[in-house]
Ligand binder design. Structure first.
Ligand code: HEM
Length: 533
């Protein structure tokens, strides 16, 4: 095992984003929001350093990224930022930082004052900057790149062979029980293609080559879903705002179907909404009588997850060009992308559903298709949910605008009302008293600290479980570094844990998946029976 990196070696390579020039004509939020397609893509970035670190006011610059997208080293992922405040994506996808001259070259103006003033996050602490530099240093020490190495290529090849072999036998086998077993195999391999190939591909973490990343990401379409919809849900919603619920958005969603384009910047985790009202995943959601039993029916609903995505969510997002209030034009705003979406849906339906029906008849063929999906949905949902809906995890909220600015950010708390960050701070303070050293202060709503408060690991430091789960077992590392390939989380885990400890930021783990699963169910039971927060 390597020793944790020493402080003296550290450099803190921040991306110093040029300050917004006071003289430039300010760009309004609605103007920015109009440039939301691959053919006309602008995005906003917060400028650092801020004029007043204790203020919530932030100035933003505006970049035109339309042409740059074709040469951007992270590929066309950058187009997800089109029409939006891209500050969270920018800060979190570049562990080494981006040279300010590149940003300057793309700058076309500044945002109107305080355009994104009500943003949930605080970026004043150096916790995340220090963490990034230590993680990059660790990877360099071990001769690793942020992207995947031979391990992920080998795993990807085995999983793809497994998926296609099972699908082949599912179609051609004349013995129905064998075809059923092949369907279970196909569903299992599809789940692991999802967690171990597409996940890294779509996060830009699989390989250095942009095209390879794209193909890795498109394996999600290969198994019947849509990489474009996934990117909107996962990269624009779940990752930046894990377990966060924007109360303004909640009210809007309850009253309206849609909202003006300039208001489409929800700071809520769509995963919190996606199963409501069937399941209550956030203490701010209204409880219903049946939520008392959600821990019993949840495992059955998990199995339906991929069917719901493939047959409902993908089509809804592709046709409405939004997911809840997240604008999806960065992907579905292009004719080519929409055509690709429909073509892939058609092709996968032919080989995953049409051919089994052709070979086995309508009912048996459909049975094979549905069974494969149930297995895939159950595996995926299980590995995913235990990281964010579990004992000890925090929930955060952005409150309604009529409340005072001070209360705009509610401290992330658990369903019991505990604040893990407070507990960790007390522990650090006690250690400080002993060592007489001062621990740096990290705000509750620091972006990286929120990721640590809202995610829980299981089997941390285990090479096997890290591989098995596609890095989901190291969920904290994944959320902090989504552009780092999952095969590397095992190598950076101790660096992240020790830095959290040093800064008084919680780092929670469960010993293994089975314990985590049990705690997830008892947490769902508690949440289903507790009153609205
Ligand atoms: C908004 C302006 C942006 C600029 C100017 C920019 C620029 C860059 C540059 C210069 C690199 C190479 C960095 C290096 O070699 O270490 C890079 C890499 C990357 N960018 Fe961006 N980027 C932007 C936005 C985004 C966004 C919005 C995303 C994701 C949604 C993104 C995802 C990535 C990824 C995944 C990489 C590869 C990271 C790695 O090699 O570790 N970028 N970007």
């Amino acid at each position: 095992m390597c020793n944790p990196p020493t402080k003296s070696k550290l450099t803190v390579p921040t991306t110093s984003i040029p300050n917004a020039a006071a003289t430039a004509t300010p760009i309004t939020k609605s103007e920015l929001a109009k440039h939301n397609t691959p053919t006309s893509a602008w995005c906003a970035l917060h400028s650092t350093p801020r004029t007043n670190p204790s203020s919530t006011n932030q100035s933003h610059i505006v970049l035109d990224i339309t042409k740059f997208a074709s040469t951007h080293p992270g590929g066309d992922l950058i187009l997800l930022a089109a029409g939006k405040d891209a500050s969270v994506l920018f800060e979190t996808y570049h562990p080494r930082g981006v040279h300010p001259s590149i940003v300057q070259r793309l700058q076309i103006g500044v945002m109107e004052e305080n355009a994104f003033n009500d943003s949930f996050y605080d970026w004043n602490s150096d916790f995340y900057k220090v963490l990034k530099s230590r993680v990059v240093q660790r990877l360099e020490e071990r001769g690793l790149n942020t992207r995947g190495s031979g391990e992920i290529w080998l795993k990807a090849a085995l999983l793809l062979i497994g998926f296609w072999t099972c699908l082949y036998y599912m179609i051609i086998s004349e013995n129905y029980p064998v075809a059923l077993a092949a369907s279970v195999g196909m569903g299992s391999f599809a789940a692991f293609v999802g967690t171990c190939i597409q996940h890294d591909g779509n996060h830009g973490a699989f390989a250095k080559n942009r095209l390879v990343n794209k193909f890795a990401g498109w394996t999600l379409d290969m198994i019947g879903a849509s990489a474009f919809t996934w990117e909107i849900q996962h990269m624009l919603g779940h990752h930046p705002y894990t377990n966060v619920l924007d109360e303004v958005e909640k009210e809007k969603l309850e009253k309206l179907d849609d909202c003006p384009i300039e208001e489409k910047d929800q700071e809520s985790d769509p995963d919190v909404f996606s199963s409501f009202p069937l399941m209550r995943m956030h203490p701010l959601q209204k409880p219903s009588w049946f939520h008392k039993y959600q821990h019993i029916y949840a495992p059955l609903l998990f199995a339906l997850m991929t069917l719901a995505k493939v047959f409902q969510q993908d089509f809804e997002v592709a046709t409405s060009k939004r997911l809840y209030h997240i604008d999806a034009n960065g992907r579905y705003g292009s004719f080519f992308n929409v055509a690709r979406f429909w073509a892939m849906k058609l092709i996968t339906m032919i080989y995953m559903m049409g051919l089994p029906i052709y070979a086995h008849g309508l009912f048996k063929g459909m049975g094979l298709f549905v069974l494969g999906h149930l297995v895939c949905g159950e595996l995926l949902a299980t590995m995913f949910i235990v990281n964010h809906v579990i004992e000890g995890v925090s929930y955060a909220a952005k409150t309604l605008p009529n409340e005072s600015a001070k209360e705009k950010v509610v401290k992330p708390t658990t369903v019991n009302g505990d604040t893990p960050m407070e507990k960790t701070r007390q522990h650090v303070a006690a250690m400080e008293n002993k060592s007489k050293a001062a621990a740096p202060f990290v705000p509750y709503n620091d972006w990286a600290a929120v990721q640590c408060q809202t995610s829980v690991n299981w089997s941390p430091g285990s090479w096997f479980w890290n591989h098995f789960s596609g890095g989901l077992s190291h969920q904290i590392e994944h959320h902090l570094f989504p552009s780092i390939c999952h095969t590397n989380y095992y190598h950076i885990q101790d660096v992240v844990e020790s830095t959290c400890q040093e800064y008084g930021v919680p780092y929670q783990s469960q010993p293994n998946l089975f314990v985590a699963y049990g705690k997830m169910l008892s947490h769902l039971k508690f949440l289903g029976r507790s009153k609205s927060a």
